[in-house]
Design a protein. Sequence first.
Length: 95
Amino acid sequence: MFGILLSALNTIAAFVFRQVVVKFFVLFAIFFIIEAFVGVLGEFIPDPSSLDGALGSLISGMWWFLDLFAFSQGASLVMTASVYRFLIRRIPFIG
C-alpha cells in the first residue's frame, strides 16, 4: 500500500515540476516581455484629448446626447484600446 501511495505522489510531483512550474516561469517571462514592449510602444499613442477639439463644431443638442452616453470617455477608451491592440499584435513573439 505504501508503494502505491509513494508512486502516486512521485507521479503528481513529477507532473507539477515538469509541467506547472515550467509553464509558470515561461508564461511569466512572456508577460514581463509584453509589459515592457507595451510600455515602450505606448509612447506613440496619440493624445485622446485631441478628440474634443475635433468634435468642437457640433451643435448643443448633439453634445447633449453625446454627454448623456459619455461619448468623450468611451471614444478615448476605444481609440486607446485599438492602438494597443495594433501594437501588441505587431510584437513578433505574440503574433
